[in-house]
Design a protein around this ligand. Structure first.
Ligand SMILES: Cc1ncc(COP(=O)(O)O)c(C=O)c1O
Length: 388
């Protein structure tokens, strides 16, 4: 009765089961996996946000496949002011989420069974997106050596006649590593050589820990490039469902890609009017919420470093951006068993590295947007496990 592509193993994993058990017992859990900024104690300009959704223009139905011009102009203005990059609003297609943007691009580029290269470790949603798009994901490694780098020889080896694109997450989640300028050149050369597109996920681009703006792939003209982002992270408003795909690269390829993407978008017309009219306001309020988020991230990182300095069993990996820290811990069991033990014995919830496809055990991923006191207590409990 059901398609093979939805033949997923839907049973809960052992960590989720342990979490349900802990919650049922009434114990208070210190949650170091928080990724929802709307429930993390940040101040939002509530009245401004809510009133932006009440534009009288929303009473009119104007079905525009790429999205309403007012919203696309606001996104172009964001690239101009925040990343000093000119983006033609005609190259932007609005989607409800980055995930929807991925689906559109996979549908644009891939026949069933075609391959997309994805970084490993990275964010776990890709697998389901690929299954739904009948696309095969092929990982390419990121290597850690005083910071993360793309393993280009391995990436090139992973290319086959069926490969259509390389995904880069800039900066990557959870490693917090940007694609460096030299890596961009090598990526472009590799993509040119094998006629591959680049799919760049930039949802965390504004969260560089040194506050320095980084260049965006929307400026990449060397190869066909799809830059994905949205206000779920930029403005910390995941519930508002505004994202986009920006297409750049050689002009004739861009024109063809855009005309086809427009048909895909027209088939769904998934953007609603109130949110598109609100988009300029929602994007504009990013500055205040980004400041709060970065303040929290940097304070938690400093607290983590302070506690790590007082022991020698665990270290954190170097990262440049994003909302996560990666803790390197002694390998005494699998990461999943460790996470379950932390939950049962210390009431601390942390993500095991394998959740993000780390190549070996010995990693915990910690959310740096956790409220400060909770973060400090959680870290103390984890380090206590390894330091007597
Ligand atoms: C790297 C990355 N891309 C995309 C997303 C999802 O973004 P959206 O809410 O726009 O689908 C996430 C969510 O955590 C993410 O970490």
């Amino acid at each position: 009765m059901f398609s093979n592509r939805t033949n997923w193993k839907l049973t809960r994993n052992r960590l989720t089961e342990a979490l349900e058990e802990a919650k049922a017992s009434g114990v208070r859990i210190i949650d170091l996996t928080i990724s929802n900024p709307t429930r993390a104690g940040f101040d939002y300009p509530e009245r401004e946000i809510l009133s932006s959704l009440a534009s009288p223009h929303s009473l009119d139905y104007d079905p525009q496949p790429k999205g309403l011009p007012i919203a696309r102009a606001a996104i172009a203005a964001y690239y101009e002011t925040q990343h000093a990059t000119r983006v033609d609003p005609e190259c932007l297609i609005l989607t409800t989420s980055t995930s929807e943007g991925y689906s559109f691009v996979f549908r644009l580029l891939c026949n069933p069974g075609d391959e997309i290269l994805i970084p490993k470790p990275s964010y776990p949603l890709f697998e389901f997106l690929a299954d739904l798009g009948d696309v095969k994901l092929v990982p390419y490694p990121l290597l850690y050596d005083h910071g993360w780098q793309i393993d280009f020889p391995a990436l090139r080896e992973a290319v086959t006649a069926h490969t259509r694109a390389v995904v880069v997450v800039h900066p990557n989640n959870p490693t917090g590593s940007f694609v460096q300028a030299g890596e961009l050149d090598e990526l472009n050369r590799t993509c040119q050589e094998h006629s591959l597109a680049v799919i760049a996920d930039e949802v965390f681009l504004d969260y560089a820990h040194d506050h320095r703006a980084r260049s965006t792939f929307s400026a990449n003209q060397e190869v066909l490039t799809f830059t994905l982002s949205g206000i779920s992270k930029i403005s910390a408003l995941p519930q508002m469902k505004v994202a986009w795909v920006c297409t750049s690269g050689p002009q004739s390829q861009v024109e063809t890609a855009l005309s086809r993407l427009e048909v895909i978008a027209d088939t769904y017309l998934s953007m609603n009017a109130p949110i598109q009219w609100a988009a300029p306001t929602l994007l504009d309020q990013r500055k205040e919420v980004q400041r709060q988020l970065l303040d929290r991230v940097l304070a938690n990182l400093a607290e983590l470093d302070r506690q790590l300095a007082a022991q020698s069993s665990c270290q954190r990996l170097i990262m440049d951006a994003g909302w996560c820290a990666i803790l390197r811990v002694p390998v005494t069991q699998t990461d999943e068993d460790l996470a379950i033990e932390l939950l049962r014995q210390k009431s601390v919830l942390a993500h095991p590295g394998h959740f993000y496809d780390f190549p070996s055990d010995g990693y915990l991923v910690l959310s740096l947007i956790t409220p400060a006191q909770e973060f400090s207590r959680g870290i103390r409990s984890i380090l206590g496990v390894f330091n007597g």
